[in-house]
Write a protein that binds this ligand. Sequence first.
Ligand SMILES: [Zn+2]
Length: 328
Amino acid sequence: MTLDGILGQDRAVDLLRRSLSAGRLAHAYVFTGPPGVGKRATALALASACLCTTRPGEGCDSCPECRLVGALTHPDLFLEDLARAQAERATASQVSIEQVRRVRGHLALRAVRGPRKLAVIDDAERMTGDAQNALLKTLEEPPGRTTLVLVATNAAVLLPTIRSRCQQVRFAPLEDAVIERLLVDGGVEPADAATAAPLAEGSLVRGRELASGDLAERCRELRDRLDRIHVAPVTDVLDLAAEMTASRGARAEQSALVSTVLDWCRRRVRTAVEGAGAAGPGGLDAVRRAVRQLERTYATSRDLDRHANAHLSWDVLLLELRRAGPIA
Ligand SMILES: [Zn+2]
């Protein structure tokens, strides 16, 4: 992974590039942002950029150093994945302090091949207070020519003393077009990528989940049924509500279906707004109706999050969408 291969995180990548080219890489960074937006990939790309001999400051993916980074076997790079480490062991609290000691040990040693030693702690918010305190010593007196990257979804759970000693780099949710492209690059069928991307809420990981299996197909089918909902018999609409309720067991599935309805409503608002000028006073009415449907759907999705009666919520919402009639 090279820095220019990181898509959709221009601000974060530019900041790191500037530090690299000025020779002022920080001793410690916290990469924060939602899950599945490229924080860990960027940390590894930063390692390539530091250690690459062909394109220093950028990474090339093909020189021996970059290949070792890609395989996570470069002796000057240490990746500690706390989620994995804790999943493998029973006592999570002990694991994290043990892992931090390993990171400290790695950074304390002299670089073997390259000009710098790097360590990445993924899921850093899983560090216990003791583990964070153990890390603090390294942050207070960083060994020369070392860089530590903490990757965290929520930096707020890190001790203020840790955060204040790290440079924060914020990662944004990915744009739909970026997710779509990355999914297609990863071998997902273009039609499935196009369905999954708008529902992924900015996360490539979530996009992959949605695009895999038959969930993308179900979302597409739901959208088709919504397009015809205003002419569908009431019994069909109630059947659809029952199907939506039946999916409630699987959280990812349920939230993908809700996102599909929200996305459908947003498109209707856009269609209504675009047609409003030409349609005269009736056009404005269509916009109001579309906005009201979107609000109702938001309210339903909140109700479902609060474990309201799912079947009833879906009945009411879908019947209301049916009654609202066509927008254009
Ligand atoms: Zn290279």
